[in-house]
Design a protein around this ligand. Structure first.
Ligand code: NCD
Ligand code: ZN
Length: 362
């Protein structure tokens, strides 16, 4: 029977919301098998000030004291290089998330990826301070002539990533929740020639659900609808290949994004986001198992992300005494999660998974 020590695990892209949803979801970071998570700033209003980031961090820690929450800002014109410097020096933020306006949930305060020049002073400061730029890589369509749609929006964004890397070669950039064959190819291309131990500047997160889904699976099921949308078999296979490869630029970011069930059960304006936090490691392990790659699971869900984020000893020290173990034991995904105030349907609700996680003292 398989038992694997995954050490300190990291989910480098989570949505923990606020209010009652946050109370329900935040403890599931740990129960889903995650030690350290990187928290998205797309609240309403978005996280753009020192006070907001401090308060949000405090609230999350109160709800789940064993978990480490790495915080982020929402890229917008209110940010200044001075604020970024101050928050970087104090260790309050690890990155800044860039949402192109209009492409996903709470992205209306976002930016125009056709012209990042107004943010160049911020990127300069981030590069200097080792702050990560997290890209939601979808190009918004302005009008019909653009021929942009939810299937090609990620591929159309890729030239913007290329240009940013050219202009800021030492800025750490992550293409978040990659969904296409082309994205995987580009991330490999931009890391070509890197040797073991070299510093890496371009990374990509891969979610759990994109290792399972293609377009057919969300076209008739709003629970599986998220942005960027799952694409085609060729894309899914490229994501599985990348995630299971052990290559250091690919790591786990679940993009677990809960929405109340009543916002999924609608005919129009279905909310984008798949909730996977409560079984995060279990979903990923199942795929690694299926492709006989369990030996690379720890790289994907623990080592690669922690290395890319260059997490300091004082952050890792908190997790020294406890490890996440993957245990081969059947485990049913709950049909629904609720706390009397809000209800969420998890990914693969009611299905049986092959693995469960346990927290064990070292
Ligand atoms: C996310 C959310 O709900 O906040 N939704 C999603 O479909 N992934 C936003 C995002 O990361 O795009
Ligand atoms: Zn997200």
């Amino acid at each position: 029977m398989t038992e694997i020590n995954l050490g300190t695990t990291a989910d480098m892209h989570v949505h923990l919301r606020d209010g009652t949803m946050s109370k329900l979801i935040t403890p599931t970071v740990k129960s889903g098998g995650i030690s350290i998570c990187y928290v998205m700033p797309n609240l309403v209003p978005p996280i753009t000030t020192k006070q907001q980031v401090e308060e949000y961090h405090k609230n999350l820690e109160k709800m789940a004291p064993d978990t480490t929450f790495l915080m982020s800002f929402y890229l917008c014109k209110e940010l200044t290089p001075e604020l970024v410097e101050e928050c970087a020096d104090k260790g309050l933020i690890h990155g800044i998330k860039c949402y192109p306006a209009g492409v996903t949930t709470n992205s209306k305060y976002g930016v125009d990826p056709n012209d990042f020049s107004q943010f160049y002073p911020i990127f300069e400061k981030m590069q200097e301070k080792g702050i990560i730029l997290n890209l939601h890589g979808e190009k918004p369509g302005i009008d019909e002539k653009d021929e942009i749609n939810i299937i090609n929006a990620e591929s159309k964004f890729l030239p913007a990533l290329r240009k940013l890397h050219q202009d800021f070669p030492r800025l750490k950039i992550i293409l978040e929740h990659t969904t296409t064959f082309e994205s995987i190819e580009l991330v490999r291309e931009l890391n070509q020639g890197k040797k073991q131990g070299d510093e890496i500047f371009i990374g990509a997160t891969i979610t759990a659900h994109h290792l399972y889904l293609i377009i057919d699976n969300w076209a008739n099921n709003p629970i599986n609808y998220c942005k960027p949308v799952a694409k085609f078999h060729k894309d899914k296979n490229a994501l599985i290949d990348a995630a299971t490869s052990g290559e250091p630029w690919f790591f786990f970011g679940s993009d677990s994004a809960p929405h109340p069930i009543h916002k999924k059960q609608v005919h129009v304006d279905v909310c984008a986001g798949v909730y996977t936090q409560c079984n995060a490691i279990g979903y990923v392990a199942e795929i690694f198992d299926k492709f006989n790659k369990l030996e690379n699971l720890k790289k994907f869900v623990s080592d690669n992300g922690i290395k890319f984020y260059d997490l300091k000893e004082e952050i890792l020290a908190k997790h020294k005494n406890e490890s996440v173990w993957l245990i081969e034991r059947k485990n049913k995904v709950p049909e629904i999660l609720g706390n009397g105030e809000v209800e969420v349907v998890p990914f693969k609700a009611g299905d049986e998974l092959k693995y469960i996680i346990e927290w064990r003292k070292n």
